[in-house]
Design a protein around this ligand. Structure first.
Ligand code: HSE
Length: 340
């Protein structure tokens, strides 16, 4: 499998590090030995090698903030579409920063790759929230796969759980879907200031390129729209969903709540109704007996309701370079194994 990375930020780097560490096991267990034949990043430059790039060299270049062109890459700054076309890759990894308003430039990259007969794996929430179903249809028409495990709950399995293991429709989902705000709330509860906690979340690679998307709830909004449309088969646009973030929560209130038997969490929910699917995102003061109240730090959790199982709750890391890199790897492995 030949891979082309479009976007080489935290997630691209995290993916390469996970791949490097687990390469022997992937080969032995699944006969899976992907090669990276191209990387294009608007800031870090472009490098192509049809025989496969050396993972250590490109990971070192990322850490040292070195431009890829200095490694013998292209110096004529080709655009992403030209790289996708010239790379000879079977799979395009769309890992550019999310734009929740337009989904661009990622949506354009994904459409082009699918139309060119290449599978696409993305962690970019914008195109999936805005055009998810359209992109799935486009993939099917072109005989390829479009996978997006890393868009919700990072590397914690969710879509693969639904796609490959559930035999009945999910009726409702409710959970904590933003790692940055959950981390900030946990830190604030322990007495840290909001700004300090946000800066730490940024340093750890949890926050979006523009962290307004996290703290105002837009990231959780994108994720609940993805779940509403792709798991509950709804037809929601982000503007259909009421959304409030954590910026209006007063720190003393966050600190006081546990003493009164409660904890503040940013909760996202979507459910089937007789008229379609409804969703919302808002801070909630949960009783400590609610399982979501026990999910701290960068962890995310999602409870799925379905007949006859009642509820299933998935808990795991929801943000971070390597855990999101794991989602990319998991999607690639699904493609390699021919799972649809
Ligand atoms: N900024 C996001 C979060 C990254 O904190 O959850 C993962 O989607």
């Amino acid at each position: 499998m030949k891979l082309c990375l479009i976007g080489y930020g935290n997630v691209g780097y995290g993916f390469i590090e996970v791949l490097r560490r687990h390469r022997p096991w992937l080969k032995e267990r699944f006969g899976f030995a992907p090669k990276i034949v191209a990387i294009h990043d608007i800031r870090r430059g472009t490098i192509l090698n049809p025989d496969g790039l050396d993972l250590k060299i490109i990971a070192d270049a990322w850490r040292n903030n070195q431009n890829l062109c200095e490694l013998g890459g292209s110096t004529n700054a080709p655009n992403a579409l030209a790289v996708i076309k010239d790379s000879g890759a079977d799979v395009v990894l769309e890992l550019t920063p999310t734009d929740l308003r337009t989904g661009e430039p990622a949506a354009g990259h994904i459409r082009f790759a699918l139309l060119s007969g290449k599978h696409v794996v993305t962690t970019n929430k914008g195109p999936v929230a805005l055009f998810g179903k359209e992109l799935l249809v486009l993939a099917r028409k072109n005989g390829v796969q479009f996978r997006f495990e890393g868009t919700v709950m990072a590397g914690t399995p969710l879509f693969s759980l639904v796609d490959f293991t559930l035999a009945v429709p999910v009726q409702r989902v409710r959970g904590i879907l933003n790692g940055t705000t959950n981390f900030i709330l946990t830190q604030m509860e322990a007495g840290k200031g909001y700004e300090e906690a946000l800066a730490e979340a940024q340093r750890l690679g949890y926050a979006e390129t523009d962290p307004t998307a996290d703290v105002e709830g837009f990231d959780a909004l994108a994720k609940i729209v993805i779940l509403a449309n792709m798991v509950l088969d709804g037809d929601l646009r982000p503007s259909d969903v009421s959304c409030q973030g954590i910026t209006k929560l007063a720190p003393p209130e966050v600190q006081r709540a546990p003493k009164e038997g409660f904890r503040w969490k940013l909760v996202a929910e979507a459910r089937r109704t007789k008229d379609g699917v409804e969703a919302k995102v808002s801070p909630e003061r949960l009783p400590l007996s609610d399982p979501l109240a026990q999910v701290g730090g960068v962890l995310n959790a999602l409870t799925l309701e379905l007949d006859p199982l009642g509820t299933i709750t998935v808990v795991g890391p929801g943000a971070g370079p390597e855990v999101t890199g794991h989602a990319v790897l998991s999607d690639l492995l699904a493609i390699h194994r021919g799972l649809q």
